[in-house]
Design a protein around this ligand. Structure first.
Ligand code: HEC
Length: 153
């Protein structure tokens, strides 16, 4: 019995080690998951704005509201030190300049937040109201990515 337990333990060790990620890797993973969700909600709105999907006020409002909810997360911890692309090559596209110029990065975040509030107000008001609001938010996504997200991992 003891022998069986011991061999089970030994067998379990390498598997656990292979799965274990550093706290920094976990942070980068959570950060990317956050943006994946943001991208998902935005994608639903963009599809309507581009006419790929029929406009539906309730669906549009739900997407916008979910984006607003996402911005209520305490995103500061997603940007813990030691989690840039230089620290974790292959795991993240977050450029080190984020940590060197956090003020400029936060400004991009604020511009996004302001545009998102307008989108949230416009989402249920018809396709003609949705379209420009989606375009404006999309511009703020791109503005941040241009400066702070690498093209490749
Ligand atoms: C304030 C800056 C900023 C804003 C605003 C922003 N992003 Fe990003 N986004 C980033 C950074 C930085 C990354 C890279 C994260 C990483 O690789 O760790 C990223 C990554 C992503 C990713 C890739 C996630 C992955 O799997 O690696 C998607 C999708 C994305 N953003 C969509 C959006 C959309 C859509 C918007 C607007 C609705 C948006 N982002 C607004 C900074 C921003």
């Amino acid at each position: 019995m003891r022998k069986v337990l011991l061999s089970a333990l030994i067998a379990a060790v390498p598997a656990t080690m292979a799965l274990a990620q550093s706290a920094e890797e976990e942070t980068a993973k959570a950060r990317r998951a956050f943006y994946t969700m943001l991208g998902y909600e935005m994608g639903g709105l963009a599809a309507m704005a581009q006419g790929k999907v029929d406009y539906d006020a309730e669906t549009a409002k739900a997407h916008a509201a979910d984006m607003v909810t996402l911005t209520t997360l305490h995103v500061g911890d997603f940007y813990a030190p030691g989690t840039s692309k230089d620290d974790l090559p292959g795991a993240t596209r977050a450029l080190p300049v984020i940590w060197e110029d956090m003020g400029a990065f936060q400004e991009k975040g604020q511009a996004f937040g302001a545009a998102l509030m307008e989108l949230n107000a416009a989402a249920g008001e018809g396709l003609d109201a949705l379209r420009p609001a989606v375009g404006k938010v999309g511009g703020t996504c791109k503005a941040c990515h241009d400066d702070f997200r690498a093209k490749d991992f």
